[in-house]
Design a protein around this ligand. Structure first.
Ligand code: ADP
Length: 426
């Protein structure tokens, strides 16, 4: 039988006794009053003890009692004990998490919705120079690099931002923000000094080797041309050998030039000048027509928009794209160039009716040295660096290269420049 049922039965029995005794003694009402008063006092006393026990924390063993009150004490005591155990387990887990994040080699900082520091690990104190007392401070007041502040404000956290450490500019950090929870963000800063150093060494190495190869190549080419002039044509082997050697020297020269240009694009700081795109495109077309003859290139200029950028780089990118369109399409097909403006940006389309590129290759053609292996393309000269250069140049102009192509039908290489690069001709 449940305790509360026993409690009711006891009360009913007492009530019965009161009724019987009351009947015999004619004191029913005073007895009923006494019973009610006694029960009320008992429960008030128990409530007082219970409240006192709770007020003092309810930690110690509960006071001795009987009946339903013992049951109540027991349940509350058990719930409290379970909570205590759970709290202990949770705080142990939090401690373990703190210890593991403290041991992390990467700086980790928890930021709230208003960019205030909620928590930071040891590495954050070491590489970002944050102090324990910085808790609650806004992070843009402590890391003041404009690129970081812009990154924080942008809310576009797909790519990390690379910055020097605020306390040691010899350390390079890749800072990344991850959104989680309600308005909370985790800032992670990884030391990429060595990686950046190796990257710089690789770029310098390629640039130096390419530069050093230039002079010997020019000398070799010069001698080969002299030999070719001296060749009387008596030996067909000599004539073809000289032709092949000159062809290969030319190829090497293109390679070296392209590698140098790429290294240049990777290391040089961005320049901002006004580039008259219609004039530039007209000039590039004329130069190509001077070699190929007129009629193949159809230039449409639907915008007189000028771009803020670097002319030398844009010339190289457009020349590469037009060169490819002409190279990889039959001689009797036109190549269209269209410069126009849309609400999405400034667009340059270079459209050919050539062999096209398969879907699998489209995603790879901008990789360095990647060349699509077809019977025809094997015969076409190229370094495999042209589109890598185009991609780099466009990246430096905040632009994108979109390639649409269908095998056997042709390709459209589209350069999309953002409108912020626009500078309209007066
Ligand atoms: P390459 O010096 O070989 O032309 P690119 O980087 O300019 O190097 O181009 C990479 C590859 O992409 C080329 O080898 C070619 O197979 C393919 N490609 C580039 N442009 C076109 C085009 N307009 N039509 C078909 N294939 C193209």
């Amino acid at each position: 039988m449940a305790i509360w049922q026993r409690e009711i039965i006891t009360f009913l029995l007492l009530f019965l006794v009161v009724c019987v005794v009351g009947l015999f003694t004619k004191l029913f009402l005073p007895l009923l009053f006494a019973l009610t008063f006694f029960s009320l006092c008992r429960h008030l006393y128990q409530i007082h003890r219970f409240e006192k026990w709770l007020r003092t924390g309810g930690q110690s063993d509960y006071p001795k009692t009987t009946g339903v009150w013992e049951e109540i004490y027991y349940h509350v005591y058990r719930i409290r004990k379970n909570n205590k155990r759970r709290k202990k387990k949770l705080s142990k887990m939090v401690d373990q998490f703190r210890q593991s994040t403290e041991a992390l080699p990467d700086a980790a900082v928890v930021l709230n919705a208003t960019d205030e520091i909620e928590w930071a690990n040891k590495a954050a104190r070491d590489v970002l120079g944050l102090k324990q007392s910085d808790k609650g401070q806004r992070i843009p007041n402590l890391i003041r690099f404009p690129e970081f502040i812009q990154y924080l404000k942008s809310k576009q956290y797909d790519e990390p931002v690379v910055l020097p450490s605020p306390i040691n500019n010899q350390i390079t950090l890749a800072v990344r923000i991850i959104n989680y929870g309600a308005g909370l963000r985790l800032l992670l800063a990884q030391d990429v000094t060595q990686l950046k150093q190796m990257e710089r060494m690789r770029k310098d190495f390629v640039a130096n080797v390419s530069h050093e190869l230039r002079t010997p190549l020019t000398v070799i080419k010069g001698y080969l041309e002299t030999f070719q002039d001296l060749d009387s044509g008596t030996s067909s082997l000599l004539t073809t050998s000289l032709k092949n050697m000159l062809g290969q020297t030319d190829r090497m020269q293109y390679l070296v030039d392209d590698l140098l240009l790429l290294a240049h694009l990777e290391t040089k700081s961005k320049m901002h000048e006004l580039v008259n795109i219609p004039a530039l495109l007209t000039q590039i077309c004329h130069e190509n027509e001077a070699i190929l003859g007129e009629g193949r290139i159809q230039l449409t200029l639907d915008s007189d928009a000028q771009l803020v950028g670097e002319e030398h780089e844009l010339r190289s990118a457009f020349t590469n794209l037009l060169g490819n369109a002409l190279k990889y399409s039959p001689e009797n097909t036109p190549v269209q160039i269209h410069w126009h403006q849309t609400p999405d940006g400034l667009l340059l389309d270079i459209i050919d009716q050539g062999e096209g590129i398969s879907e699998a290759d489209v995603s790879r053609v901008t990789e360095r040295f990647y060349r699509v292996e077809t019977k025809r393309s094997k015969k076409i000269n190229g370094t495999g660096l042209g589109l890598a250069i185009v991609k780099h140049v466009l990246m430096r102009h905040d632009a994108q290269l979109i390639i649409r192509s269908e095998l056997g039908k042709g390709s459209c290489f589209q350069c999309v420049f953002p409108l912020k690069r626009l500078s309209v001709n007066d």
